[in-house]
Design a protein around this ligand. Structure first.
Ligand SMILES: *Cc1c(COP(=O)(O)O)cnc(C)c1O
Length: 391
């Protein structure tokens, strides 16, 4: 029994500090961080803009609660709306809570339109969080098992299957929304068919469903646009984000436009800490730095360079099933379970993740440069090649 509850399988390493794309362990070993605290450290570690924003805000004010106006929250919401084309923002402390807000918007939207038992369509292999509503929405039995009864009000469809959604539309009058990750992260870096997003927009318009995107992982520049839907010429009704937004400070956001933006009113939802001055100051620094340093372009350019490189150097190996992703959200699917690669990489000074059992997941900081990307490419190729030889 340890003092910290035993909810994580942890690697036998802990870090004392970080700088840029590197982390340093207690013994002083350096690691290239290609997972960024699960896509959180978009600006890498100890980024001066974030550090400075936290320090100066902490000197002024950390928390007041949402009983009062919060100027920093207002300003961050305006920045996010300007970037995204959305109209209003609810701030939470995590990705799961951002999705809880989206789920509540969808349900209330349904009730306001005379649907007493509203249903939200969610995808196979989805991951939306670990609260009761979001684990119910997730499409992975492993995270649900033992926590029944799950919530009602969710219907499931295969990820990216527009025909399945059209079928649901014909057979179910209680659907109010569809919740989709533009690229599934935990599920294995699963990309959508190219035309799915516009088809989903059209179907949602036709059915008066809310199109809700979970960009907790794919947002904040990760895929080469600020939000992944911005690769298309459309707006969702609701988009949630978190991970990269605070560079490590706990903040999530649920953005809405049109009818979805007008659904929640005073008393419908809330969070004691949500959007406090400290986390908003850090997130403002992240948002401004992503714009000033053109980090979406960097993610697009180096991400696509990496994906091309992996395809050229690994694409024809028997052990490789698929190489996919967008920007700096990259998955390399092997033909067999490869969890041991995480430790093998770590021993060579590289931090990666394996998700869905057999997918190497790379989410390096958006500030990664060409030389660091070259090292990442070569290291992964090495590790995969020696894995192939020994299996
Ligand atoms: C990580 C993640 C979540 C959950 O975020 P938390 O901050 O851990 O609650 C939800 N959706 C997606 C797509 C995620 O990647």
């Amino acid at each position: 029994m340890t003092a910290v509850m035993n909810t994580y399988g942890r690697l036998p390493v802990s870090f004392s500090h970080g700088k840029n794309v590197y982390l340093y362990d207690q013994e002083g070993h350096e690691y290239l961080d290609a997972i960024s605290g699960i896509g959180v450290n978009a600006l890498g570690h100890a980024h001066p803009a974030v550090t400075e924003a936290i320090k100066s805000q902490a000197d002024l004010l950390i928390h007041t609660s949402n009983l009062y106006g919060i100027e920093r929250q207002q300003k961050l919401a305006e920045s996010l709306c300007a970037i995204s084309g959305m109209e209003s923002v609810f701030f939470s402390n995590s990705g799961a809570e951002a999705n809880e807000a989206a789920i509540k918007i969808a349900r209330l939207y349904g009730h306001n339109n005379g649907i007493d038992l509203p249903q939200i369509v969610v995808m196979d292999n989805a991951f939306h969080g670990r609260t009761m509503a979001t684990l119910t929405a997730s499409g992975n039995r492993k995270i649900q098992a033992g926590f029944e009864p799950l919530l009602g009000g969710f219907l499931r469809a295969p990820h990216g299957d527009i025909e399945a959604l059209k079928n649901i539309a014909q057979n179910n009058r209680n659907v109010v929304a569809v919740l989709v990750e533009p690229i599934q992260g935990e599920g294995g870096i699963n990309v959508l068919p190219e035309n799915f997003m516009p088809q989903l927009r059209a179907l949602c318009d036709q059915q008066q469903w809310l199109m809700m995107l979970d960009e907790v992982q794919s947002g904040n520049g990760r895929t080469g646009e600020y939000f992944a839907y911005q690769h298309h010429d459309l707006l969702p009704d609701v988009v949630t984000t978190a991970k990269g937004l605070g560079n490590g400070l706990p903040i999530g956001a649920c953005l809405a436009q049109g009818k979805a933006a007008e659904t929640l009113g005073p008393g419908n939802h809330g969070s004691t800490y949500g959007g406090n001055p400290l986390v908003c100051a850090a997130a403002q620094a992240v948002v401004d730095t992503i714009a000033e340093q053109k980090l979406c372009d960097n993610a697009k350019q180096l991400g696509n360079w990496l994906i091309r490189g992996f395809r050229e150097q690994l694409g024809d190996k028997a052990i490789i099933k698929d190489i996919r992703g967008q920007g700096l959200m990259i998955g390399i699917e092997l033909t067999q379970p490869c969890g041991e690669l995480v430790n093998q990489a770590r021993e060579k000074g590289l931090l990666i993740n394996v998700t869905a059992g057999n997918v190497i997941r790379l989410l390096p900081p958006l500030i990664i440069n060409q030389a660091q990307a070259e090292i990442l490419l070569a290291s992964i190729v090495d590790i995969v090649n020696s894995f192939a030889e020994s299996h």
